[in-house]
Design a protein around this ligand. Structure first.
Ligand SMILES: Cc1ncc(COP(=O)(O)O)c(C=O)c1O
Length: 400
């Protein structure tokens, strides 16, 4: 009998964290590594938010808070949903946890019974399938290829739904593809969902503010109010305000679900860090200039990376609408051999050879459920991105 639980054998460690760790250990050995595998803004948290955190410490707001969030943060979240998304939630319909990740985890753990199905469009954020498996559910992966702009079509959604379907996870803009659903595309999906009352939607809106050009962000409960009583609208401060380490995520949804998630959290982590909650409140209630400034920086970097990658032989890089990732295809690279003598049979070979031969760390597409691709996070300085793209180009040009 194994000491470790069987449920742990069902899941794998996060491949993005594994790649970042591998890059860090090569760097520690003295190699010149450019890490483009991590998913976090490279900026510091804005000063007024940091000050709010310090003030929380200095004024003794360092004790337990209500399990699923302080009243004032919940109110700030209600105000945010009303202001930015046209969504009318009461504080009792809001839950706060240690990151958007915990919100997703709580929702799945609180609702899935063995064999319940969760539809996950691929490419997906690496944690979705493993969280479903931990909760004893069955991930139903629907591949959404480059030809569909990496987006779930209403036909594919309809075909994936069964009487056991409990959730659809929808992440727009997407990690890893950067694809986003505009109002028409979202409406096409919500129209399908209206016909299937057993299916709930987990809307992962964590990249809401990182949208480019004229793309207008929408969220399912906003597009189809008749669906609101079976949508959990998840968001957080990590990406919007460069607050990944503070660990604050939140969700808005029907009260029975919110209560169930709070019950689970009360027997696991209890409240998210009190200091971080006060800082998150300052982020949501305070000036929003940071969002606009960082959006402009990311759009410039996106353009730099897309143009650079499309100049590489055997690489095809669509232009994403949001987030800070690109997800190029390397279909034309499969079967070729690198200058260093490695045969590229799949996208994992590609990412490993790229790291070994050029020192650029990216994440292979299989980790996100759609191959042959790789993900580049362009949350890095322009000069580093330019150097990385130049190295990738040399690497590709060396392939025969
Ligand atoms: C798509 C997606 N959802 C959720 C999260 C979770 O973010 P956090 O737990 O920092 O709020 C991430 C972080 O990488 C993400 O990429």
């Amino acid at each position: 009998m194994s000491f470790l639980a069987e449920r742990l054998a069902r899941i794998k460690p996060s491949p993005t964290i594994a790649m970042t760790t591998r890059a860090a250990s090569l760097r520690a050995e003295g190699r010149d590594i450019i890490g483009l595998s991590a998913g976090e803004p490279d900026f510091d948290t804005p000063p007024h938010i940091r000050e709010a955190g310090k003030a929380a410490i200095d004024t003794g707001r360092t004790r337990y808070t209500p399990v699923d969030g302080t009243a004032s943060l919940k109110q700030a979240i209600c105000d945010k949903f009303a202001r930015e998304n046209g969504l009318d939630y009461t504080p009792a319909q809001i839950t706060v946890a240690s990151g958007g990740k915990q919100i997703l985890f709580n929702a799945l753990m609180a609702t899935l019974d063995a064999g319940d199905e969760v539809i996950i469009p691929a490419p997906y954020w690496v944690s979705y399938p493993d969280m479903v498996l931990l909760a004893e559910g069955r991930p139903v992966i629907v591949e959404c290829g480059i030809a569909d702009g990496f987006r779930l079509t209403p036909q594919a959604l309809e075909a994936a739904i069964t009487p056991r379907t409990k959730w659809l996870i929808l992440n727009s803009p997407s990690n890893p593809s950067g694809a986003g659903y505009d109002r028409a595309a979202m409406q096409a999906l919500t129209d399908v969902l209206l016909r299937h009352p057993q299916v709930w939607v987990l809307a992962d809106d964590i990249y809401e503010h990182l949208v480019f050009d004229d793309f207008a962000f929408v969220t399912p409960a906003q597009v189809e109010p008749r669906l609101k009583n079976r949508v959990l609208t998840m968001n957080g401060v990590s990406k919007a305000y460069a607050m990944t380490g503070w660990r604050i995520g939140y969700g808005g949804g029907p009260e029975p679900l919110i209560r169930a998630m709070g019950k689970l959290q009360s027997q696991s982590t209890s409240n998210a860090c009190s200091i971080s909650q006060y800082a998150a409140e300052a982020a949501l209630n305070g000036p929003q200039d940071y969002i606009h400034d960082s959006r402009a920086v990311f759009q410039r970097r996106r353009d730099l990376v897309v143009a650079g990658l499309n100049a590489c032989p055997f690489v095809r890089c669509p232009t994403p609408r949001g987030a800070f990732y690109v997800y190029p295809s390397i279909e034309a690279m499969i079967g070729r051999t690198t200058a260093g003598g490695t045969r590229i049979d799949n996208d994992e070979d590609f990412a490993n050879a790229l790291l070994d031969e050029t020192g650029v760390a990216v994440v292979f597409g299989a980790a996100f459920g759609l191959s042959p691709h790789f993900r580049v996070s362009y949350a890095a300085a322009d000069e580093l991105l330019a150097e990385a793209v130049a190295r990738i180009r040399t690497f590709c040009e060396g392939c025969t």
